[in-house]
Ligand binder design. Sequence first.
Ligand code: PGA
Length: 250
Amino acid sequence: MSVRPLVAGNWKMNGTRSALKELGLMAEGYDAALRASVDLMICPPAPLVFLAAGAAIGTRIGIGAQDCHAEASGAFTGEVSAEMIADAGAGAVIVGHSERRQYFKETDAVVEAKARAAIRAGLAAIVCVGETREEREAGKTLGVVGRQVARSVPEGATPATVIVAYEPVWAIGTGLTPTTADIAEVHALIRKKLVGRHGKQAAGIRILYGGSVKPANAKELMAVPNVDGALVGGASLKAADFLAIAAAYR
Ligand code: PGA
């Protein structure tokens, strides 16, 4: 099955309104040839989602959020629901990013509930998984990632509702990346788990690679089997870098 790739940018806790000019530059660089071959998405911090969604109208660049609460509304001071994110004009939300799992103690069960909330609200859930350095060194990568996929991806996942992002924790923001053989092994495992549980349509679920994706390595990483795009952190803050990564699909 041929899967249309997605290059998504995670701005993390970076950017004020002035950063939206980068979104404008991305839109200018997202020319017909790129549009024919790859989807683009930017996930800005929550206060910018509404403005970014407005700015992205007519550009075909998708807008996503970085996290959501599992409940639709209620007494959860400081939280943002998937319904609010959808209402702000976004089409997706990242759930279970390793920084959420690590700093905010999110478990697979919490991530799964957030992913279900995203789908309930009509958003695509970008479910992140990935092993720590200690887990990789102990030879536990496939076990850890397989378990995270089994427990964090909700029942009935489809290509429209779920995107999986494999992000080795030790590769995020470090300049380090796994070998292409290691990435291929993990992505093949994720594909097998998805198809085993969700049926053959799960062959169309996009599996992104994330962790130190840069213009210099994008072509090599995006050529790995079962890598259907990238989740980009640092290099998504500047339009020139982000477009250079997307250009791997030119
Ligand atoms: P990085 O982050 O590209 O800066 O390594 C990736 C991510 O955390 O999504």
